[in-house]
Design a protein around this ligand. Structure first.
Ligand code: IPE
Ligand code: IPE
Ligand code: MG
Ligand code: MG
Length: 369
C-alpha cells in the first residue's frame, strides 16, 4: 500500500499508540494509507499541500485538538476513533474553516482551531454512520470501522464524536456558531434519510438528487466556511463564504458519485461500485437512465429498483454509463458548481489564500480520491 502522508495530517504517535492498546480490534493490521494524492499541477505541489503549508501551525493545532478530544476512559472509543482518524482523509473541511477564518483577517485567538476540529468531528461521525448504513467495507484505504469493530460500536462512537463536536461548539460560546453548525448536523441527517427514501426509486429526478447532495454533503461545507467569517467578526463575508462552501460541496459530491463508478479503487480508498450495489440514484445513473432504450431501462429496473444483481452487472452498468457519456456529463455539472464557488470569492481582495480557495474548487473536480 502507498505510504504517502497527508500533508494536513501526519500520522500522530499518540494515535498509533492508541491502536496498539489491547482492544476489541487488537488484531488490526493498520497500515499507512495514501492520504492526499491528487493530480499535481505543473508547479509540482498540489493545492491541498499548499494550503496545509500556508496553514501549517493552524492545522497542527487542529490535529492536536482532534487527538485530545477523541480521548475517553472508555478505551474502545479512542481505539475506534483512532482507526478512522489515523487512516488519513484529506482534512478538506477543517482546512476550509481555517482558510476562511484567515481570509477574513482573523489573526488573534484560536476559535477557528476548535471549530475546524468540530467540523472534522461532524464529518467523521457522519462517515462512521454512513458506512454502517451503506454497508461499506473500505474507508480511507483500510477496512471500515464497521467491518473491524462492528456496526454497534461504529454507530455509538459516531454518536460520541457528534457529542464532542457539540461540546466544542459550546466552548466557543457563540450562539450563532451553534445555530449554524447544529443546523448543518440536522441537515446532513435529513440528506441521508432523503437518500434512503430515494434509493431504488427510478422516478427520482435531478432536483431531488440535488436536495440529497446539498443536505448530506454541501451543508457542512457551507457551514464550515461561513463559520470562518463569524470568528473573524466579518458578517459582510458570511454570505459569500457560505455560497462558496455550498457550491464547492455540491461539486465535491457530484465528483464522489462519478468516482464511485469510475475510480481506481486502491487510489479512492473506498469500494468502487458501492452506490450501484445499494441502488443509489446518483447522477451517473440518472443521466444513463434518462437516455436509456427499453432494454437498458429494464436493466436499471432489475438492478437498481429490484436490487436483483449478478457479478457482471456492475460492468454492464459502467458500459451504459459510458455509452451515454454520463461520467463526463456529471463532471461537467461539477465543473459548473466549482466555477460558481470561485465566483463567490470575487468579493475578496486578491491574496494567496483566495487563490488557494479558488484552486481547491478546481482540485475538487480533478481529484481522483
Ligand atoms: C467523503 O468525504 C464523504 C463525502 C462527502 C463524499 P471525503 O472524500 O472528504 O473523505 P475523507 O475525509 O477525505 O476521507
Ligand atoms: C457521503 O455520501 C455523505 C456523508 C458521509 C454524510 P457517500 O455515501 O457517497 O460517501 P462515501 O462515498 O461513502 O464516502
Ligand atoms: Mg457511503
Ligand atoms: Mg460516495
Amino acid at each position: 500500500m502507498n505510504s504517502v502522508t497527508c500533508p494536513a495530517f501526519p500520522r500522530e504517535g499518540r494515535i498509533a499508540a492508541c491502536l496498539q492498546e489491547p482492544s476489541l480490534g487488537a488484531n488490526l493490521s493498520i497500515q499507512p494509507v495514501a492520504a492526499c494524492p491528487a493530480p499535481a499541477p505543473a508547479s509540482g505541489e498540489d493545492v491541498l499541500s499548499v494550503l496545509a503549508r500556508l496553514l501549517a501551525a493552524d492545522i497542527e493545532a487542529c490535529n492536536r485538538t482532534i487527538v485530545a478530544r477523541m480521548d475517553s476512559p472508555v478505551a474502545l472509543i479512542p481505539q475506534l476513533a483512532a482507526h478512522i482518524v489515523a487512516a488519513g482523509g484529506k482534512r478538506l473541511r477543517p482546512l476550509l474553516t481555517l482558510a476562511c477564518a484567515r481570509l477574513c483577517g482573523y489573526r488573534e485567538g484560536a476559535r477557528h482551531i476548535k471549530l475546524a476540529a468540530c467540523v472534522e468531528f461532524i464529518h467523521t461521525a457522519t462517515l462512521l454512520h454512513d458506512d454502517v448504513v451503506d454497508e461499506s467495507q473500505l474507508r480511507r484505504g483500510l477496512a471500515s470501522a464497521n467491518a473491524v469493530f462492528g456496526n454497534k460500536a461504529s454507530v455509538l462512537v459516531g454518536d460520541f464524536l457528534f457529542a464532542r463536536a457539540f461540546q466544542l461548539m459550546v466552548e466557543d460560546g457563540s450562539l450563532k456558531v451553534l445555530e449554524i453548525l447544529s443546523r448543518a448536523a440536522a441537515t446532513i441527517a435529513e440528506g441521508e434519510v432523503l437518500q434512503l427514501v430515494t434509493q431504488n426509486d427510478l422516478s427520482t429526478d435531478y432536483a431531488r438528487y440535488l436536495d440529497v447532495i446539498k443536505g448530506k454533503t454541501a451543508a457542512l461545507f457551507e457551514a464550515g466556511c461561513q463559520v470562518g467569517a463569524i470568528v473573524a467578526e466579518k458578517p459582510e463575508a458570511e454570505a459569500a463564504l457560505a455560497a462558496y462552501g455550498m457550491s464547492l460541496g455540491i461539486a465535491f459530491q457530484l465528483v464522489d458519485d462519478a468516482l464511485d463508478y469510475s475510480a481506481d479503487q486502491a487510489t479512492l480508498g473506498k469500494t468502487v461500485g458501492d452506490d450501484f450495489r445499494e441502488g443509489k440514484m446518483t447522477l451517473p445513473v440518472l443521466l444513463a437512465l434518462d437516455a436509456a432504450d427499453a432494454e437498458e431501462r429494464a436493466f436499471w429496473e432489475r438492478t437498481i429498483e429490484q436490487l436483483d444483481q449478478t457479478e457482471a452487472d456492475l460492468d454492464r452498468a459502467l458500459t451504459l454509463i459510458d455509452r451515454h457519456d454520463a461520467t463526463r456529463r456529471t463532471l461537467d455539472r461539477a465543473r459548473g458548481f466549482a466555477e460558481a464557488a470561485k465566483e463567490a470569492l470575487a468579493v475578496f481582495p486578491d491574496s494567496e489564500l483566495r487563490d488557494c480557495l479558488r484552486d481547491i474548487a478546481d482540485y475538487t473536480v480533478a481529484r481522483i480520491r
